[in-house]
Design a protein around this ligand. Structure first.
Ligand code: NDP
Length: 332
């Protein structure tokens, strides 16, 4: 086991899109776990859009950064945690963590389900997509579902889950022709379009000519405005995130058509996945057989090595990922 633990700190606030200069790599001796705690060597670290928002204030400068992480227990002085256990915890952006049993979830090691999947479609990413469809939008079989940032973590899960939950038509938008092909050729979307390559409302109208019943919004701004315009009466919008506006200093100009919500009796509801952890069992019951049968794919983009974590984060913000973006610190 390595004797040096490495970690990243945020040292300055970004203006607009971060450049990487806001972060600093540092190191220390590998900590020794005290009574009731265990040492975890991290295997996988998640990089997420909400971290961009945290950089504006929620993250203390020079303080420890949080983030969804999976690691192996290498030394335990805690009842309930054994050496070799694979655990999920929230001490991110570091190679090692000292954890207490109440702060971690021991992950099952299911044959054919790699650790990556517990950050991806079986983790908070897939749970967000599931909650959006099942609890917020309350999807009804046969409905048309539109997903933005559809080739990303939440988006690729939402499209596939919508299909599994009986959607009649699934359409998605993503930021390149290659991502559009991925959606229609591999992930089962009926239609998809490149949001960087044309007029959003026109492209959406072409992809969903009869209108949209359920919109899973990962982007906000102009995407939300286009979706409101395309919604059918009694449509539901599950608002997950607004990545188009996380860099902006000013409130977004769009959506300008909010009153359409009244005219079309549309329900728009935001949510945080952390308030729906109790849906995890439902998600697993739905997904484990589908993953085993190969009817659902867990896409992820893995950056190799802890050195790559800042670049992986910036690359995800720029749309460099397909599926869930994560960093492999060490082999599991
Ligand atoms: P993704 O894997 O979707 O990565 C982010 C993607 O956003 C990029 O790949 C890029 O794809 C797209 N993107 C970046 N900038 C823009 C832009 N200006 N306009 C349109 N698309 C853009 O990330 P996640 O799956 O982790 O998260 C997706 C969304 O869900 C985020 O908004 C996030 O904040 C939210 N979220 C909310 C949760 C909740 O509890 N409510 C929990 C988890 C995530 P492309 O190339 O297609 O542009």
């Amino acid at each position: 086991m390595s004797q040096t633990a490495r970690f990243v700190q945020q040292v300055s606030r970004p203006r607009g899109r971060p450049t990487g200069a806001e972060f600093l790599f540092a190191e220390e001796q590998v900590p020794v776990p005290g009574p009731g705690t265990a040492l975890v060597e991290n295997v996988l670290l998640s990089v997420d859009p909400y971290m961009r928002e945290n950089m504006d204030g929620a993250w203390e400068l020079h303080g420890p950064l949080e983030g969804r992480s999976i690691g192996r227990v290498t030394d335990s002085r805690a009842a309930g945690l054994a050496e070799g256990d694979l655990v999920f915890h929230r001490q991110g952006w570091r190679t090692h963590a000292v954890v207490r049993p109440e702060d971690v979830r021991v992950l099952p090691e299911v044959p054919g389900v790699p650790a990556e999947t517990y950050l991806g479609i079986l983790g908070g990413t897939g749970l967000t997509a599931y909650v959006a469809l099942a609890r917020i939008a309350r999807i009804v079989p046969g409905e048309t579902v539109y997903v933005s940032a559809a080739a990303g973590g939440v988006g690729s899960a939402a499209g596939q889950l919508a299909r599994l939950m009986g959607a009649g038509r699934v359409v998605g938008s993503a930021g390149s022709p290659a991502k559009v092909r991925l959606l229609t050729e591999e992930l089962g979307f009926d239609a998809a379009f490149d949001h960087r390559a044309g007029h959003l409302p026109e492209q959406l109208a072409k992809a969903a000519p009869d209108g949209v019943d359920v919109y899973v919004d990962n982007v906000g701004g102009a995407h939300l405005e286009a979706a409101i315009g395309a919604m059918r009466e009694y449509g539901r919008i599950a608002w997950c995130g607004a990545i188009a506006q996380y860099d902006a200093a000013e409130p977004p100009a769009a959506p300008r058509n909010l009153f359409d919500l009244v005219e079309k009796s549309i329900r728009l509801e935001g949510f945080l996945v952390r308030n729906h952890r109790d849906a995890q069992d439902e998600l697993e019951r739905l997904l484990l057989p589908a993953l085993a049968a190969g009817t659902v794919t867990d896409r992820h983009t893995v950056t190799e090595g802890f050195d790559g974590i800042v670049d992986a984060f910036l690359d995800m913000l720029d749309g460099g990922n397909t599926g869930k973006a994560m960093v492999r610190v060490t082999a599991s």
